[in-house]
Ligand binder design. Structure first.
Ligand SMILES: [Zn+2]
Length: 110
C-alpha cells in the first residue's frame, strides 16, 4: 500500500515551523461546512488523516501531539525538517513524550 508523501515544512510569519498547507484544502475546511470534530467522527484511514493534518498546515509541534499520527511519522517529520535546515526542529516525541508516544502505524487501506 503506497503511503501519501510528506508535505514540506516551512516557517510561517510568526516563525512557527509548519507543514506547507494546501490553500484549497484549507479553504474547504474553513468554508465547506465541515469541521475537524466532524471529520474525526468519520471513517478515514490513518494515512489520510495524517496527510490531511499536513495539508491544513499543522505545526510540527502540534503534529507530534495528534493521537492518530504514528511515532514513526512524527519522528520522520522532525528528521526531514532538520535535514532541510531547521536544525532545532523537534516535537515532544523526539524527547520520548510519555503522553503521545506509542502510536503504531496502521496498515488499513483508505
Ligand atoms: Zn507529547
Amino acid at each position: 500500500m503506497m503511503k501519501h508523501p510528506m508535505q514540506p515544512l516551512e516557517t510561517d510569519e510568526h516563525g512557527v515551523l509548519r507543514f506547507k498547507q494546501n490553500a484549497i484544502v484549507r479553504y474547504l475546511l474553513d468554508n465547506g461546512g465541515i469541521d475537524l470534530n466532524r471529520i474525526a467522527c468519520l471513517q478515514f484511514s490513518q494515512d489520510d488523516r495524517v496527510q490531511f493534518a499536513q495539508l491544513i498546515g499543522y505545526s510540527l509541534r502540534g503534529f507530534h501531539e495528534l493521537n492518530y499520527v504514528p511515532d514513526s511519522v512524527a519522528l520522520a517529520a522532525s528528521e526531514a525538517a532538520r535535514k532541510h535546515g531547521f536544525e532545532s526542529a523537534c516535537g515532544c516525541r523526539d524527547d520520548g513524550c510519555e503522553i503521545h508516544c506509542g502510536v503504531d502505524e496502521q496498515d488499513t487501506a483508505g
